[in-house]
Design a protein around this ligand. Structure first.
Ligand code: GEK
Length: 246
């Protein structure tokens, strides 16, 4: 994905002050490596998005990739899908991500499905004639009190029988479960070569930025937003992915 395939070493030296995490140029540069080494199950999940798309996308409909980063989800869908008249609308509000995402789409010769890569806030975008929407690890970065409104907008703009894929980091109310699963995720990061310093500095940077919900909150909010069926189709430690069907 990233042309360079660069290794994430953003937090490997001590920082005087940890500022809130932002999706800037330095993050875009190492993003594929960063997400793969931090999110258990990510490498398994991405190719399956194409398979899920085949099930839900019908001719002449829209597919939304919300918080697209470098376009991994869009590429997976685009490479798998063979349906007339569809288009993908990929949106991210980080300019550095959008720039690299556009380049990734241009370099992808596997599909003719058009992709419109837009730099913008998903809270302000229009959703219409959708058969598939993807929120792949993006809702967790949206202010909690705006999450229901966003999901309701997606459900309203979705055709009957269409689906939202929602992937998120989750927390558990059961303290033992939370501690165990979190420890295992940290071990996953260590096993992928992150030092204790990198793990703790990144964690502090994400503290106010990535705000996870528990699974029950996700399920109820999706139903409240207008989806009729909510199915967990992948869980890997504290990272889940849900299909919500309208
Ligand atoms: C993937 N989906 O590889 N509007 C638009 N974009 C936003 C907003 C917003 N309000 N808030 C955050 N973002 C991708 C991975 S990353 C997940 C998604 C992660 C964007 C932000 O700029 C970033 O690119 C993305 O959401 C989250 O499948 O870094 O853990």
């Amino acid at each position: 994905m990233s042309k360079s395939g660069a290794k994430d070493s953003i937090y490997n030296t001590p920082k005087d002050m940890i500022v809130d995490f932002v999706f800037d140029k330095s993050v875009a540069h190492v993003f594929p490596d960063m997400i793969r080494r931090s999110v258990p199950g990510y490498d398994n999940l991405i190719p399956l998005l194409g398979i899920i798309a085949e099930k839900f996308v019908t001719a002449n409909s829209n597919i939304y990739d919300l918080g697209c980063s470098l376009g991994a989800s869009s590429l997976s869908i685009r490479r798998r899908l063979n349906v007339e008249g569809c288009q993908i609308i990929a949106i991210d509000n980080a300019e550095a991500m959008v720039e690299q995402c556009r380049e990734n789409m241009q370099n992808d010769e596997h599909s003719t499905i058009p992709v419109d890569v837009i730099c913008g806030d998903i809270l302000n975008c229009n959703i219409s004639n959708a058969r598939l929407a993807i929120l792949n690890f993006t809702l967790q970065f949206i202010e909690p009190d705006k999450r229901l409104e966003l999901l309701s907008k997606i459900a309203s703009g979705m055709n009957q029988g269409g689906a939202l894929i929602l992937s998120e980091k989750i927390i558990s109310d059961d303290i033992d479960e939370q501690n165990l699963i979190e420890e295992l995720q940290l071990n996953f990061k260590s096993a992928n070569g992150y030092s204790d310093l990198e793990i703790s500095q990144k964690r502090s940077a994400l503290d106010n930025v990535l705000i996870p919900d528990n699974l029950a909150t996700h399920k109820q909010r999706l139903l409240d937003a207008g989806f009729s069926k909510v199915i967990v189709w992948q869980q890997c430690l504290n990272f889940i992915s849900i299909i919500a069907i309208k």
